[in-house]
Design a protein around this ligand. Sequence first.
Ligand SMILES: Nc1ncnc2c1ncn2[C@@H]1O[C@H](COP(=O)(O)OP(=O)(O)OP(=O)(O)O)[C@@H](O)[C@H]1O
Ligand SMILES: [Mg+2]
Length: 387
Amino acid sequence: MQHTTFSYPLKRIGLIGGGQLGKMTAQAAREMGFFINVLDPQPQCPAASVADAQLVGDLYDGAKIRALARLSDVLTYEIEHIDIDTLKALHDEGYPIYPSPYVLEIIQDKLLQKQVLDKHGVPVPAYQQVDVVDAEFLANATFPLVQKARRGGYDGKGVAVLKSPDDIDKVLNTPSMVESFVPFKKELAAMIARDKHGNVACYPIVEMVFDDRTNICDIVAAPADIAPEIAEQARQVAVKAIEVLDGVGVFGVEMFLTQEDTILVNEIAPRPHNSGHYTIEACVTSQFEQLVRIVSDLPLGSPQLLSPAAMLNLLGDEGFQGRPVIAGLAEALAISGLSFHFYDKAITRPFRKMGHITVLAEQVSTALEALEHAKDVLKIQGEETLK
Ligand SMILES: Nc1ncnc2c1ncn2[C@@H]1O[C@H](COP(=O)(O)OP(=O)(O)OP(=O)(O)O)[C@@H](O)[C@H]1O
Ligand SMILES: [Mg+2]
């Protein structure tokens, strides 16, 4: 093997977005001696306490993105909603950006993303482009259907499930696409890491469980309780999805397991993903370290699962806002195998993602039971109560 040398600081990684994904990426980078510069509009963003430097600026501010690039050797991002034109220009000038802004451009538009996957034989739900979802469209539609904003959605915002023409008040007034509603058995996900040489590391197939009220992913079970053949099928679909995009980086691939035991790709995130938080404690190489390795052109780490695990998102309690107050922390930490992550957000709001916990156990079912117990005792409240 050719000897590689790195002078100190090993590499300066520029990260667009300083939320919790940015914080955990920065932690992995710092652990390995890499420098990390963050661009985020909020001076006290979660990544700020870990990063070497922060530029305060909007993620659509091209001048700020260029300034970040000048401070850094390579750029990556923790969020899709960023200025793509500047990134494409930088890329065309030869500046390294992972994943490529051309891949991000496809993923940013849910319709284009589906079209590209579909064209290359990656299974997706039946979909169609619509200019406007109006009474006339609904009069002729087959229900239930799912309307999705082409751009800008996250955490279920930008998704409307329409059950009949009477749901016209739920319609999103934005350029969108519609999909047939998939009455899935389970929602699955996998983190796929792919380097610029085409090497791939596929993490275990996990199950995502959603909170009915918020449509936010609530619990992740790793590995998913599915037959080995289904896990293998999901793995193949997820890897293919990233290969057809020629994606280089770390990707969260969200999938549906249908009633017929087939796999459909729901959507792809071109960055570390909530369904991969468990990899911090449960896998040899976390999704965040994997991203640091890829952007630094170092070999992929092992995605091997060391222990079954379950992860719970800690969402801001419904009745509170203001400075966070963590209730039941000691009781939760008394649970064997539990790790607590807090994102350093100065303000809580109902259902805001404030942190997460991961439990390792010999069986996923045991980890899930422990999580349920933790969910009862651990609450992210706030200094102000809401009526
Ligand atoms: N075609 C579909 N059939 C059934 N349910 C769907 C369909 N598309 C989306 N959903 C449900 O809505 C959720 C959110 O959809 P999607 O993942 O496309 O949106 P999102 O806002 O980008 O989500 P997030 O940021 O939470 O990943 C899915 O996880 C799934 O539960
Ligand atoms: Mg999603």
